[in-house]
Structures are given as structure tokens and as C-alpha cells.
Design a protein around this ligand. Structure first.
Ligand code: MF3
Ligand code: CO
Length: 248
């Protein structure tokens, strides 16, 4: 069941998602060679708590940290630790909070220093895929129009879309209906309606779409070791089109 949010609830979701945007903006400024992924996690948790928000991922299904940090061939759900970022890496930062009972969720992938042209293109295409997804999130379209817009754009650019993980509804719970695959045919599924709030999150691989899970039980990596990127925004569907809640 997809719950529709009132304008007041969209306002509350804007507040929690703005906090996530602020945290990601600060984290981005700390990305440099030598920083460890657990330093980023600690900073993310501190910033959330300073703003009166609760990190949403810590303890979720047993996830051990506040931030997901996924480097290079890691797709999503990388667990922070002593690893130091190095020049040429790309790193995905995925953050969620709860604030006044409503969740915020967003992710960015950023280059560490100078990166390869292939990595630059992967970041551009994945960000572009998220923009296409947002453009498709309008009343009158159907859910899979979002999925199709992502897949057709990404594959047209020569990259592949991860199948195992999906976008999702969000509200008083981190994960609500509907699930939003990042691939599929157009014109299927429920019609998009004003008041739906969705976390759209394309994950794009430079090589094969196939993924594997590391033995830590969380970190998803590309099956062929190719680079992967991830961007996520939480948006509300309104009469005036998509309203992005998770940007400054
Ligand atoms: N943004 C991701 C999601 O929406 C992050 C979840 S990490 C978890 O699923 F630890 F909370 F599972
Ligand atoms: Co999400």
C-alpha cells in the first residue's frame, strides 16, 4: 500500500531530508586522500545528532554504522572502517536520518582527487540517470516510467544498471511501498499521484550489472570488479512536478 503524504507531512519530510543534504554537503568537503571511511561515519553521526536527528541506518537489520561508504567496485552498503581513501577512488556516501518521526535518505558519489575519464563519465551518467528518474516522477506517469527512464538512459551511455537493489517509498518508515526498480519496461505499475514521496536511487556499473555480496553480509560489489556509482534523492510528487526534498 502506497501512503500519500499531506502537505504538512511533505513539509516534515523536507526537514529530515534537508538535514541529510546538509550532512552530505559537509562530508563531501572532507573527501580527500588519506581520510578513513570510519572518520566519515563518525562525522556523519555527530552532525546528525547535533541537528537533533537520529541516524537511520545504524541498527537497521543489524547494519553497524550511520553511513554507508562504498568505494570503487563497491555498489552499496559498504561498512565504514580503517580503509583510507586514495587519489583516483570514487566513493559513494549514503546517509539516512529520522527527525520528528519522518525519514530522510540520500546518497552522492564523489571523486577523490583526480579520477580516470571512465570514472568521471560513470559519475556523470549515474547523476544523469537520477535526473531522468526525477523528471519522470510526475502525476499521470506510472511507476515503471521512472524505471524505464533510468535503464534506457544508462544503457544508451554504455553502462549497466544494478538489479538487486531498488528505490523505495519513504515516510514514517525508511522503506515503504512501492519498490522502484531501476530497470524495466515503461507504462507499468501504479499511477504516480500527488503526495507520493519516493527515494530514487540508481546504481550504475561500468561493466556487468551483476553483483555479489561480500562475506561481511552487507557490502555489495560488482561481479566483474568494475567501478560502480550511486546517487539518491528523496522527492515528493506535486501538482507542480517533482519537488526534491534532499538538496540544500
Ligand atoms: N539508502 C539505502 C536504502 O535506502 C541505505 C540503507 S542501508 C541500511 O536502502 F543499512 F539501512 F540498510
Ligand atoms: Co534509500
Amino acid at each position: 500500500m502506497i501512503t500519500l503524504k499531506s502537505p504538512k507531512e511533505v513539509g516534515l519530510l523536507r526537514e529530515s531530508n534537508r538535514i541529510v543534504a546538509e550532512i552530505l554537503t559537509s562530508l563531501r568537503e572532507h573527501i580527500r586522500p588519506g581520510v578513513t571511511t570510519e572518520e566519515l561515519d563518525r562525522l556523519a553521526e555527530e552532525l546528525a545528532r547535533k541537528k537533533g536527528a537520529i541516524p537511520a541506518f545504524k541498527g537497521y537489520n543489524g547494519y553497524p554504522a550511520s553511513l554507508c561508504v562504498s568505494v570503487n567496485e563497491q555498489i552499496v552498503h559498504g561498512i565504514p572502517g580503517p580503509r583510507r581513501l586514495k587519489e583516483g577512488d570514487i566513493v559513494s556516501l549514503d546517509m539516512g536520518v529520522r527527525y520528528n518521526g519522518y525519514y530522510g535518505d540520500a546518497a552522492i558519489t564523489v571523486p577523490v582527487g583526480a579520477v580516470s575519464n571512465k570514472a568521471k563519465k560513470l559519475l556523470d551518467v549515474t547523476k544523469g540517470a537520477l535526473e531522468k528518474a526525477i523528471e519522470a516522477a510526475v502525476p499521470g506517469n506510472r511507476l515503471s516510467d521512472i524505471s524505464y527512464s533510468i535503464q534506457s538512459y544508462v544503457e544508451g551511455e554504455g553502462f549497466s544498471v544494478v538489479r538487486e537493489f531498488v528505490g523505495h517509498g519513504i515516510g514514517k518508515k525508511l522503506h515503504e511501498d512501492p519498490q522502484i526498480p531501476n530497470y524495466g519496461p515503461p507504462h507499468r505499475g501504479p499511477f504516480l499521484k500527488v503526495g507520493m514521496v519516493l527515494a530514487l536511487e540508481p546504481m550504475v556499473n561500468a561493466g556487468t550489472w551483476e553483483a555479489r555480496l561480500l562475506s561481511d553480509g552487507w557490502t555489495a560489489v560488482t561481479a566483474d570488479g568494475s567501478l560502480s556509482a550511486h546517487f539518491e534523492d528523496t522527492i515528493a510528487i506535486t501538482d507542480e512536478g517533482p519537488l526534491i526534498l534532499s538538496r540544500l
